[in-house]
Design a protein around this ligand. Sequence first.
Ligand code: HEM
Length: 358
Amino acid sequence: MADSDNRMTYDGYLRIQDLLSLQDGPSGYLPKPCHNEMHFIVVHQAFELWFKVILREFDEIHKKMSQDVLPEQTIPELVHHFSRCTSVMRLMAGQWDVMQTLSPQEFLSFRHRLGTSSGFESWQLRAIELRLGLKSHDRVQGMDPMAHFEKLMNSGSLDKKIYDELVIIQNSPSIADLLRQWLARTPVDGKTPTVESMRKFTQKHLQSMQEQADSAIKHMVAVGMGDEKSLRERFEKGIDAARDFLEPSGNVDLARAGLLFIESYKDLPLLSWPRRLLDEIVAFEQSMLHFRSHHARMVERMIGRRIGTGGSSGVDYLDETVKYRVFEDLWKVRTILIRADALPELSKPEYYDFADQT
Ligand code: HEM
């Protein structure tokens, strides 16, 4: 029965009034934010809402990827989750334009009110990084957000619940760990991978790389682009690096071999979704790097080279974070790919066809 008192409204469903009551700064904050400071607050809050969306998608990805066996139909779902995250990250990378409608002087007029608060304390961005698999020891300039959060929590400035949640995420397998486990299970030549079968595959690939290098050297010498000795040294370095990548300390790395297999034989029907997944993950990481570097440019324009309110070196620090690569192998494998018609032949290519429905 229709009940006008219980009618769902736009405001009620989205809790717009609650949302719009959150832009006045902390309680008792006086004077109230002027229009420029409110703009600053809204832009930050908009970013944090988008971080929330990404984290929710990451929870789904994490849950699905934690299964011992990843059903085929889950892979398009993962692609879909990542692609939403990438769209959001791209949108955020473009959102800095709105921030920089604030002039440096306008920002300085209220910057002192921020105290030592800083985006460095965005625990949602930290949750995103931890969920992906960014490790503390890979962080730049000795910055350690988790140690900082612990201090904040001990002094009562951060909810213990939030800190505990971050620790749980930090201690669970990351998306990068789960991806490696999945890649290590990639069947090559239609068989469950073993150290021997994967070593055979990587050896054949390295052999093809060598053949490619030999013919490239021959051609370059013939057209006068260098002498054989120095060209060979350069190409050999590349092949040695490929060997170290695939067989670190002489033992085949199953995840990297599986990754190389998917990237190399990407046109086989059963590999098309796995390859799209890898591509989408790279697209996401790329969008995150754009987000970081656009933030750094906006900050440079706004405050120049002064130190940040969070105490970091400011733009120098932010520029260094653009070096982060959580999915390092996905980027590195590109260096060792060879063209499709030079790839070693597979013994059972039909294993990777779609099932015959007739
Ligand atoms: C006037 C605008 C802004 C300025 C001048 C600025 C400046 C800075 C600086 C200097 C840092 C380095 C840490 C520090 O020492 O404080 C930083 C970090 C950060 N900022 Fe901003 N920021 C601005 C706007 C924003 C906005 C709108 C967001 C959106 C949430 C944001 C998110 C972050 C994040 C997540 C970090 C940590 C980066 C990392 O450690 O990897 N910032 N910001």
